[in-house]
Design a binder for this molecule. Sequence first.
Ligand code: APR
Ligand code: PHB
Length: 391
Amino acid sequence: MRVQVAIIGSGPAGLLLGQLLYRAGIDTVVLEQRSKDYVLGRIRAGVLEQVAVDLLDEAGVGRRMHAEGLVHGGIELCFGGARHRIDFEQLTGGKRVTVYGQTEVTRDLMDARAAAGLKTVYEAENVSVHDFDGAHPRVRYLKDGVAHEVTCDFIAGCDGFHGVCRASVPPDALSTYERVYPFGWLGVLSETPPVSHELIYSNHPRGFALCSMRSLTRSRYYVQCSLDEQVENWSDQRFWDELRLRLDPQAAAALVTGPSIEKSIAPLRSFVAEPMRFGRLFLAGDAAHIVPPTGAKGLNLAATDVRTLAHALVDFYAGSSLGIDHYSARCLSRIWRAERFSWWFTSITHRFPDSGEFGRKMQESELDYLVHSPAASTVLAENYVGLPLDE
Ligand code: APR
Ligand code: PHB
């Protein structure tokens, strides 16, 4: 098979890139190691910055997001037994976010790809990338035991944190920066109305908690847990009891509980690999960087990487290689800002095992300052709704 761009991974990064390139007349194949149902079964975050909303519109897949997504003009911070609203619209000149699950974004992109009849290979095994230091890269894989080879102009490594693309780069060509946090998030999805009409981020002596949602009838909740926690040890009842303890009395009383439809534990990590281009191989999304989920930046960063990459490839085929030459630097400046925000927001909302009494007092004081100073609130608000794109 011969294509212009071989895309590895059918997460939001790979699928969105495929859709943007399709609309620009560039031919792609998407190679995914898992099945379609497996990819759609993964529950991930679901808060879209306006930049991501605009990009899904540009890709022609925004219809359901506008119909079903929930537009939020703020969040609530809960600490010391009370909630404090951060009003994004007021602090950022009218900016808002859209709550729409990553699973739904993925489904919309898969449907668009299928409707356009574009090539996607699910359950592609042993994907390997070759010769990306020259002008004729190749990708090999096995499908149903049969070996295949794709020749292409470019390879897009959209294969997530554990993917093969970053791992195929010579180690001395790559610098990595990482922080692994000493806790995880235990998450529950339930067919229950959200406890509040906006998201609640709570810092409580028992640990962080987050009340989020997927729709007006489906909720997503998280509690900070230790890394050695087992999901089997968390009955639904235990989860609801723990969540209630970490909320203010009014939210605790309003919480509607029900059977969980998904329950899982995720570790928290900050990670960046530099650069994001190696000859004709580009990394995008989780393949190049991870943020802790506290600021919901993962999907948004993947979307802006892919936007930059799609524009760079379109420019390349129109005769300019400036875009591909600047791809890595352009993405990384935005990525590091989101890394900083996600790290900071994690640091003020979670309980750290080794921060000591002084650390705890600093956290309390920071939260107090945050909700009482418009300057400090604006820092949170402008980062949460998404920093402007550097054009
Ligand atoms: N070969 C083919 N496909 C692979 C391989 C491989 N060797 N390794 C991984 N994949 C696939 C995974 O199965 C997955 O479907 O690549 C895809 C990567 O998708 P995501 O992990 O969703 O990453 P990305 O598309 O960059 O999306 C970023 O996802 O993890 C969240 O917080 C993150 O919201 C952000 C978004
Ligand atoms: C979610 O809805 O899953 C979610 C929302 C906001 C976050 C993280 C996760 O910061």
